[in-house]
Write a new protein. Structure first.
Length: 494
């Protein structure tokens, strides 16, 4: 979450989707009543360490990790939340105080806390006991969240058993102590909220979300014959396509296939965050692809599309809108369209929290594409427009030098150095490839490396036969790629 958005949440005051609680050294007694109420209503944000009047009092820094861990453990305890709903609290520093933010999504199920049902209004949380009000909650969720549609005749044999093994590996990679790891396949589906009973009709069984996540391809196609994700490349042939992926499989595999498709056709400029190499393409399109999967309305026959143009990527999917128009990254309120699917993808480590897609794309997009205007448009269809670097553009040099070729050149020519040095050598070689004929001060501005380091790395690149100095030193001239290196890079860009 951007710290600016959290500050906005605190400034706007309490409401149906916002709750503040003081929690200096222990969790508030009524915390899970509020969590339960938000799960049953429209979700929201709970901030610990803030008074009702928006004054930041903070959480004891010595207790922060303990309270955070208690929250995660208790959210999986059926005595606190039934059915359980694992939460992911985050710690932030504001005004030199630690605060804990809990993002609570709306759930497709009805929850209880300590045996009681709670709902949410502008006046706070209230206990629900009247049969009609309980029925209203069930009907509201059944009508709004199609992912919770029950299919009583779907059996465990209709699921792909290999996907359970893959899911456990992904969950383990994200959290080695995750409570789902010791469960059987059937128990995992139940704990994840992918099996349920409708107390209004008496029907019980596996849900549409379970089928989309774990179903065999033939099961998915029998239940949703219109389901597909159409990924296209339209760089040269904009009327038809240059390449195509027609995806009709489960959502776990669909995510991997779409990420591979993006990696195949989109560049990934070299980028250091501090001293760590980060894949901007991975960060941005992980969020975009998860957004398509998690927020799609699957009962709508419109296919989802992922289209790569020369200068942008556009995605579109059927939507159950919760608003209209372009979404602001500062004051938007994230709303899950498929809470069970969203929760499961969160356990897999494929996204951090609701709304993270918009926040992360806006954070990294300028470093990735040189532009800062991604668009997220809410409506009957949800549309995103993401600017991308134009691969192979000719602006008089080796602009947009491919990072894979650069790294390959470094790996093949420079030995006996650490991975960190290789990354900085690749960063400098990329800067030279994009701005040939410049000198050390110019590359300092491009790389943010100290001049002394640049001089040392330039010596290494020259000794490796990758660059050369042309001109009359020290007054004129600059550094250029060797012809054979330029040819390797240009070949890889084609």
């Amino acid at each position: 979450m951007l710290i600016e958005r959290l500050k906005h949440i605190i400034e706007q005051g309490e409401g149906t989707r916002t709750e503040y609680k003081e929690a200096r050294s222990k969790l508030p007694k009524n915390l899970f009543e509020s969590i339960c109420a938000m799960l049953n209503r429209d979700g929201g944000d709970i901030v610990l360490g803030v008074t009702d009047s928006s004054v930041i009092t903070g959480v004891d820094k010595k207790k922060v990790e303990e309270l955070k861990n208690d929250l995660v453990t208790l959210s999986n305890n059926p005595n606190k939340l039934d059915p359980p709903f694992i939460l992911f609290p985050q710690v932030y520093e504001i005004e030199n105080e630690s605060i804990i933010h809990i993002q609570v999504p709306a759930s497709s199920q009805m929850h209880k806390s300590a045996g009681h049902i709670y709902d949410r209004s502008n006046d706070g949380d209230f206990k629900v006991g009247e049969p009609q009000l309980i029925a209203d909650i069930y009907n509201r969720k059944r009508n709004h969240y199609s992912e919770g549609t029950i299919y009583p005749f779907v059996q465990l044999s209709n699921f792909n058993s290999e996907l359970f093994t893959r899911a456990r590996k992904l969950i383990w990679g994200n959290n080695q102590n995750h409570p789902w790891l010791s469960l059987s396949d059937e128990q995992l589906l139940q704990k994840a909220g992918l099996w349920k009973k409708d107390f209004a009709t008496g029907k019980e069984g596996y849900t549409l979300a379970a089928i989309l996540l774990f179903g065999k391809d033939e099961t998915i196609q029998q239940i949703l014959p219109h389901y597909k994700i159409d990924a296209l490349v339209r760089k040269d042939n904009v009327e038809r396509f240059d390449d195509r992926l027609y995806c009709t499989t489960n959502l776990i595999d669909a995510y991997d296939q779409l990420m591979d498709f993006a990696a195949k056709h989109l560049s990934d400029p070299f980028f250091l965050e501090g001293t760590q190499r980060r894949s901007l393409r991975g960060i941005i399109f992980r969020e975009i692809i998860v957004n398509m999967i998690v927020h799609r309305e699957y009962t709508n026959a419109q296919s989802a599309t992922f289209i790569i143009y020369r200068d942008r990527v556009e995605t579109e999917n059927a939507n159950n809108p919760h608003g209209e128009g372009v979404i602001s990254p500062i004051n938007f309120s994230p709303f899950p369209k498929n809470p069970s699917i969203a929760k499961f993808f969160m356990q897999l480590g494929r996204f951090d929290e609701l709304g993270s897609g918009i926040l992360n794309v806006n954070k990294y997009i300028e470093a990735y594409s040189g532009k800062d205007n991604p668009q997220f448009i809410e409506g009957a269809t949800f549309k995103t427009i993401i600017p991308v670097p134009i691969r192979g553009a000719d602006d008089g040099g080796t602009s947009g030098a491919n990072e894979g070729a650069i790294e390959g050149v470094i790996e093949g020519a420079v030995g006996g150095v650490t991975d960190g040095v290789k990354e900085r050598l690749a960063l400098l070689l990329t800067a030279i490839a994009d701005n040939e004929g410049k000198r050390v001060p110019d590359y300092k501005e491009k790389t943010n490396l100290p001049e002394s380091s640049i001089e040392r790395y330039i010596a290494q690149l020259r000794n490796a036969g990758l660059i050369e100095f042309r001109g009359n030193a020290p007054q004129t001239g600059g550094y250029f790629l060797k012809d054979n290196v330029r040819q390797l890079i240009e070949k890889d860009k084609m």
